[in-house]
Design a protein around this ligand. Structure first.
Ligand SMILES: [Fe+2]
Length: 405
């Protein structure tokens, strides 16, 4: 074979290899866990091309549970498998297998635990406001916090909005969500993350029916679809162990800084119906801001806020988790702060796991803890006992309190 022939053969082989590589089937996002109940869970992912997929499940004892077939969601590269027939409070391992004519890919095994019986203790984490400079996300700080959270092995994560900087352009917002999910991947594959809408996610300029709400629903669709009619996927409630959780939206299309009337009506019915001992509510806006958002949070509509707090008080909500102001603060909402509140509700503002820290502390009424630092909250629920600890991004304790219900 002449030198020229050998060279051209080599070129063809290299080109062939490159072509094969560029066409090899890839997992571009996930797996992401959601819709977790005592017996079911959904596993979602994104690929770079259309394919078939299954999820193989094993019990922590090593016994095989089964293989569950994935279905394409709203596009030919977005998939979801719905796992059924699981047992409450059990630990399962799973890996996803995808295949088509250009290849086969199998993910590393990830683990999750199903919703526990009322009698079993569990932990959850609350975070909010992770926006920053890398594709709209503070990658450095959020990554640090993710590694602490992963080690704490919580059962679920409650996230009260402003994940990303947001943008007028829908595609830019999708890229920012992809970036956020990439940083959050170690958590997303093992625990359900319950997202709430923040001010920044709603910056999208609506075009042809695509707006901040529709993108949010598309990106975070593994949540219960049980909210008020026009807010499904954004406002919802769910149970875990002996606790009931509600996520609200203070950035609806109607008006910003408001828990809208339809949400309040739905909230009353939702809270009245739950038999669970503990009740936790999340929303992006802080009811009692301390400084930067004194004139730009739900407190600017006092009548609505009174209704909201009165409902929380009447139905025994213990903690309102929020964000919006980028610091950590705990306040006690009682009748000295609001005469309409007869009992007590903690306002826990874990307002930045990446968003620029806000300095300043003007309204210190009923303030029980305050820190100008990045933060996340770990809540331990054990029967009637609830223990809350706030940490900074280095794992240093910022606040600690507990109560019995
Ligand atoms: Fe905000």
């Amino acid at each position: 074979m002449s030198y020229c022939h050998r060279l051209s053969l080599a070129t063809v082989l290299i080109a062939g290899l490159l072509t094969t590589q560029s066409w090899a089937l890839k997992l571009v996002q996930g797996p992401i866990l959601g819709d977790l109940t005592k017996t079911t869970v959904s596993i979602g992912w994104k690929t770079d091309q259309a394919c078939e997929g299954t999820v193989e499940v094993v019990h922590s004892t090593g016994n095989p549970v089964g293989e569950f077939k994935a279905i394409a969601k709203d596009s030919s590269t977005r998939y979801e498998a719905f796992l059924r027939g699981l047992k409450s409070g059990n630990r399962y391992g799973y890996s996803i297998k995808i295949r088509n004519q250009s290849g086969v890919f199998e993910s590393a095994r990830a683990w999750f635990t199903t919703d526990v019986p009322d009698s079993q203790a569990f932990r959850f984490v609350s975070m909010a406001d992770s926006r920053g400079a890398v594709n709209g996300v503070n990658v450095e700080t959020l990554s640090k916090i993710v590694s602490h959270v992963k080690k704490a092995e919580p059962a679920l994560l409650f996230f009260q909005g402003d994940l990303i900087n947001g943008h007028q352009n829908a595609d830019t917002v999708r890229i920012q969500f992809d970036q956020w999910k990439q940083v959050m991947e170690p958590i997303l594959q093992s625990i359900p993350v319950y997202m709430g809408v923040g001010s920044h996610e709603m910056a999208v300029k609506p075009i042809d029916g695509v707006d901040g709400d529709s993108i949010f629903r598309e990106e975070f669709n593994q949540v219960p679809w049980n909210g008020p009619e026009n807010l499904k996927g954004l406002v919802y409630s769910f149970d875990f162990g002996n606790s009931h959780f509600v996520m609200l939206d203070s950035y609806t299309r109607i008006r910003n800084f408001e828990v809208t009337e339809d949400q309040l009506e739905w909230l009353e019915k939702d809270l009245a119906a739950t038999p669970k001992l503990h009740r936790f509510v999340g929303l992006h806006d802080v009811p009692y801001p301390n400084h930067a958002h004194l004139k730009s949070s739900i407190n600017i509509y006092p009548e609505m806020m009174d209704k909201f707090l009165t409902l929380c008080d009447k139905y025994g909500v213990e903690i309102i988790f929020c964000g919006h102001e980028h610091n950590y603060e705990r306040k006690l909402i009682n009748n000295t702060l609001n005469p309409k509140v007869k009992g007590w509700i903690y306002q826990v503002k874990n307002g930045t796991c990446g968003a620029p820290i806000y300095k300043g502390n003007t309204d210190t009424r009923n303030q029980m803890a305050f820190s100008e630092s990045y933060n996340y909250i770990l809540v331990e629920v054990d029967g009637p006992q609830v223990t809350v600890t706030a940490y900074d991004d280095n794992g240093k304790q910022l606040d600690h309190f507990s109560y019995k219900k």
